[in-house]
Ligand binder design. Structure first.
Ligand SMILES: Nc1ncnc2c1ncn2[C@@H]1O[C@H](COP(=O)(O)OP(=O)(O)OP(=O)(O)O)[C@@H](O)[C@H]1O
Ligand SMILES: [Mg+2]
Length: 320
């Protein structure tokens, strides 16, 4: 079997801000043609990693290769083949959509004779033809995001970095951006995206690295990540009279975690029978009836929290 080509190889990447180690020796590989997600909470090191890979921040340890080029030594070659969409737009407020893209095309060295055609093609692809002469500052948030992505594509990059592409957008605009990302991917562009939106990562990405406090705590396809915590099941429960303090359940053996969602108590368990015995005993003692009871697998959010919690646990032991 011919191995798939890795378009990003990161080996033990480290980033310091002063004495603070923001990225702690992470390694990962991104295959050509995939949508690879970096999923993590605020401050995890997502933006820092993107900035190192794109030559915008110095790498303090380890190495990174993009299409085989060393990011530190051959950044000019790297920049020709990557597009970068930063978390905060880099476009000019006072310029029109058309002028913003033309300017980017010039910056990226697109030959003069090809610029206009490329810009018009991008405006059409991103559904912005009728906004051609509208200033960037007059666009809605969703359209601004679309134009910012378009701007990163003027030089036909093979690999696109998207830092939190849907942050702050409403549901409809988010969906439109997801559709565009999928479409770009279908056209052959490898995508590296960061997000703290678990749903987005599990829905959109072929593979996901979960990053927390500068460390990759898990990596795999959405299905693989789910099976990593497959021992866990969720019991969803509604009782009458309602329980004001659902945390009373957390003392029962077999129960990992208790939360509430949309009026129901969600109990993560690793031993269903033991947990159910304890739950029923507690309900009997307090004269409550079961109104609804569901047993299901953990959803993306629970998988994410469990994987992050697991690393905190192992850190606790290794520190001690
Ligand atoms: N320029 C900087 N100077 C000092 N510390 C920084 C700097 N940039 C980031 N940090 C710190 O490094 C860590 C990682 O930050 P980073 O912005 O990479 O996280 P992130 O995962 O992108 O978070 P977010 O979801 O908030 O965008 C954080 O603790 C942050 O406070
Ligand atoms: Mg960030």
């Amino acid at each position: 079997m011919i191995p798939l080509k890795h378009v990003i190889i990161a080996e033990k990447l480290v980033k310091y801000y002063g004495n603070f180690m923001a990225v702690k020796g992470i390694s990962f590989r991104v295959k050509e043609g995939e949508i690879y997600g970096f999923l993590g909470p605020n401050g995890a090191g997502k933006t820092t990693t993107v900035r190192m890979l794109c030559g915008l921040a110095k790498i303090n340890g380890g190495r990174a290769f993009i299409y085989g080029y060393d990011v530190t030594r051959e950044i000019k070659k790297v920049k020709k083949i990557i597009g970068v969409v930063p978390d905060i737009s880099n476009l000019y407020m006072e310029l029109s959509c058309f002028d913003n893209l033309m300017f980017c095309a010039e910056m990226y060295g697109v030959p003069r004779s090809e610029r206009k055609e490329k810009v018009l093609e991008l405006l059409e692809f991103f559904g912005l033809e009728n906004k051609k002469n509208v200033k960037f500052k007059a666009l809605s948030k969703g359209l601004r995001r679309r134009l910012t992505i378009a701007a990163a594509l003027v030089h036909n990059p093979k690999l696109l970095f998207l830092d939190e592409p849907t942050i702050g957008l409403d549901v409809k605009s988010k969906r439109q951006i997801w559709k565009l990302i999928r479409e770009l991917n279908k056209r052959g562009i490898t995508i590296f995206l960061t997000t703290h939106n678990i749903y987005e990562a599990f829905k959109l990405c072929d593979r996901i690295a979960i990053i927390n406090e500068g460390v990759i705590v898990a990596e795999g396809t959405p299905t693989e990540l789910r099976t990593m915590v497959s021992g866990s099941k969720i019991i969803e429960l509604q009782v009458h009279p309602p329980i004001r303090e659902p945390q009373v359940f957390s003392r029962i053996p077999g129960i990992v975690k208790v939360s509430t969602r949309q009026g129901a108590i969600r109990i993560m368990v690793n031993d269903v029978i033991t947990a159910l015995e304890g739950i029923i005993k507690l309900l009997k003692e307090s004269n409550r009836e079961i109104v609804m009871l569901n047993l299901m697998g953990a959803d993306a959010e629970e998988v994410f929290m469990k994987l992050i919690d697991r690393t905190k646990e192992s850190k606790k032991y290794s520190a001690g």
